[in-house]
Design a protein around this ligand. Structure first.
Ligand code: PMT
Length: 220
């Protein structure tokens, strides 16, 4: 068997949206399709890594050779990631995780009555920040989905969450970001900036995987 770039490495990747239940029939979610995270999983497996993909609800088929774990809420995703993270060399948080969950999920379907209604939300655990806070922290890569001041917000997340790299995408632009087949990323480390120009998510994922491998080597 031929040795590849990532042979012997274990990569853990999150992808897709989360669903935060309101009642038995309703939830809060977002437009993530999972395409970006699944393309990264495929690229990492092709480069020889052992890949575990913790996935929110999406309609994509599992890339061949990838170990997929399905989750629904941010709490589920957090729990699975913290269970799987031991012995992980690289963690990539590509999922669009809900920042907030419903404070009190109704056991029964909420009935229509008043003209207005309020739902109280409380913060979800921050998965990528919790991974980056581990004593035996893997090389940790976050994403930043921004609609304005991309560099400022991405670098803020890089530092605040103690990440090694952050891949920022402009989700206000048409033809890239959420649900598109294409994407463009600007990747930041503490002192460097790398542009991955608009291309198919498959191409962008291959470039991102190579960049992560190279930046991890430099750190070690
Ligand atoms: O799935 P696609 O349709 O292909 O779209 C791809 C994408 C746009 C979803 C993807 O490229 C992307 O940007 N993913 C991150 C989306 C996001 O939630 O970004 P954020 O800026 O809100 O979060 C910052 C980082 O913290 C992310 O790595 C996120 O996974 C992580 N996070 C956020 C909240 C939380 N509770 N836990 C987390 O781990």
């Amino acid at each position: 068997t031929q040795s590849k770039l990532l042979t012997g490495q274990h990569w853990l990747i999150t992808a897709g949206p989360t669903r935060e239940a309101i009642d038995p029939v309703r939830y809060i979610s977002n437009h993530s399709s999972g395409k970006m995270g699944y393309a990264i999983a495929q690229a990492a497996v092709n480069a020889g890594a052992t890949v575990t993909l913790v996935s929110g609800p999406v309609t994509l088929s599992t890339p061949s050779g990838v170990n997929r774990i399905n989750v629904s809420s941010a709490e589920n995703m957090h729990q699975q990631v913290m269970t799987q993270v031991e012995n992980t060399d690289v963690f990539i948080a590509c999922a669009a995780v809900a920042d907030y969950k419903i404070a009190e999920v109704s056991a029964q379907k909420i009935k229509k009555s008043a003209e207005t209604m309020q739902i109280n939300l409380v913060k979800n655990p921050d998965i990528v920040a919790d991974v980056a806070a581990l004593a035996n922290k893997p090389f940790t890569v976050g994403f930043a989905a921004e609609t304005q001041d991309i560099e400022h917000y991405a670098k803020d997340k890089l530092k605040r969450k103690n990440l090694d790299l952050i891949a920022a995408n402009d989700v206000a632009k048409n033809g890239q970001g959420f649900n598109s087949d294409n994407n463009a990323l600007t990747v930041f480390s503490y002192n460097k900036k790398f542009e991955l120009p608009l291309a198919s998510k498959s191409d962008v994922a291959q470039q991102l995987v190579a960049l992560i491998a190279q930046q991890r080597d430099e750190k070690q």
